[in-house]
Ligand binder design. Structure first.
Ligand code: PLP
Length: 387
């Protein structure tokens, strides 16, 4: 018996990484020496002190039982202190902070709390896929806001059609941005907050890459804008900041009612985060910044190596001030899927086709800085043969 998927599931955007995934598996099976710049998953290990905190907490039977839905008070307090230290933003730990099983979980569930069937979310394109997926699971509709190079990969809010805007509920922003590596300043956040206030929208800010920045640049939180808490919820994660993608821990914070809505959805879907992981996450957030500084140094060296190498080959790319992604125009107007397939075939290099992040990602490929500098040098050497 073959069961048909629900309409909701059928409506999800197609998974366009399929072909490249298949080709990558095949290349590996053939024993080819692949350099994988495709996946946005840190190759560096979780800091040792975090692992030790987990070990200790895992040995305490008090941590073996169901965790509190709303997260442990020590973790919520550590998150509030981290925000105060990092952004000079005050959060009330009991009502304005909600730990998550990774921020993807919270981002994908958020529309269930606030979008009614047929209402719109305003989603940047290209983007992190759960913005669209979460909206569709809530029977909402997606309006795409193109991220164009000429606008610094920021959406042009004034171009959203009035009819859509009237039915819109949530505006998604993600800076520093995956996949383009673009950043935004406080002025843009100010404009977005005003826009949301005027149009009765929720601003959802995805700040997963706030700590991965270079050349002295410090990304900002939307809550550095006065009054942003009236309209916004912000998501952060330990995944990229502390090399903890597999641990599944992040959080949402901001407007009380937005946090409460997401908490209510979650209390019906999950039963909290393993307490030992919450204790370890607390240790990570309470530590000084030496781990983050070291991590950024490593990525910065890789970025410099890849960007200068690509530019020397005549590829068109920007030098990202943040994230571990380099967003590159495909040479000679090749389609992103053809380009990714060809560099895999001819250079044994994996990159992600831009169109996998949405139709406005067409014409670009994304390299992730998740291999050592020596491998990046080798990748450039191989690209020299790619003509
Ligand atoms: C990696 C990433 C996240 C973090 O996801 P987790 O579920 O916390 O691991 C969130 N947003 C974007 C844009 C990302 O690239």
């Amino acid at each position: 018996m073959d069961y048909a998927f629900s309409k909701r599931l059928q409506e999800l955007p197609p998974y366009l990484f399929l072909e490249i995934d298949k080709a990558k598996r095949k290349a590996r099976q053939e024993g080819r020496d692949i350099i994988d710049l495709g996946v946005g998953d840190p190759d560096l290990p979780t800091p040792q002190f975090v692992i030790e905190a987990l070990n200790k907490a895992a040995n305490d039977p008090a941590n073996h039982r169901y965790a509190l839905d709303q997260g442990m008070p020590i973790l919520r307090q550590a998150i509030a202190k981290w925000y105060a230290r990092r952004f000079n933003v005050q959060l009330e730990p009991d009502t304005e902070v909600l730990p998550l099983i990774g921020s993807k979980e919270g981002i994908a569930h958020f529309p269930l709390a606030f979008i009614n069937p047929g209402e719109y979310s305003l989603v940047p394109d290209p983007c992190y896929p759960p913005y669209k997926g979460g909206t569709i699971f809530a029977d909402g509709k997606v309006h795409l806001m193109p991220l164009l190079e000429k606008n610094g990969f920021r959406p042009d809010l004034d171009k959203i059609p009035a009819a859509k805007l009237k039915k819109a509920k949530v505006l998604y922003l993600n800076y520093p941005n995956n996949p383009t590596g673009a950043t935004c300043d406080l002025e843009f956040y100010c404009k977005a907050v005003d826009f949301c206030r005027k149009n009765n929208l929720i601003l959802l800010s995805d700040l997963a890459y706030s700590e991965m920045a270079y050349d002295g640049y410090k990304p900002q939180s939307v809550f550095e804008v006065d009054g942003a808490k009236d309209v916004a919820i912000e998501f952060h994660s330990l995944s990229k900041t502390y090399n903890m993608t597999g641990w599944r821990v992040g959080w949402a914070c901001g407007n009380k009612s937005l946090v409460a809505g997401l908490a209510k959805v979650k209390s019906n879907l999950d039963s909290g985060i393993f307490s030992a992981i919450q204790v370890a996450a607390t240790a990570a957030l309470e530590a000084d910044d030496s781990h983050i500084r070291k991590m950024c140094q490593i990525y910065q060296e890789r970025r410099d190596c890849l960007v200068s190498g690509l530019k020397a080959l005549g590829w068109k790319t920007q030098n990202p001030k943040a994230t571990f992604y380099v967003w590159v125009k495909t040479p000679r107007g090749k389609s992103s899927i053809d380009c990714a397939a060809e560099i895999l075939e001819k250079a044994n290099l994996v990159a992600t086709p831009g169109v996998g992040f949405g139709k406005y990602g067409e014409g670009y490929i994304r390299f992730a800085l998740t291999v050592k500098v020596e491998k990046i040098k080798e990748a450039i050497e191989r690209l020299k043969k790619f003509r």
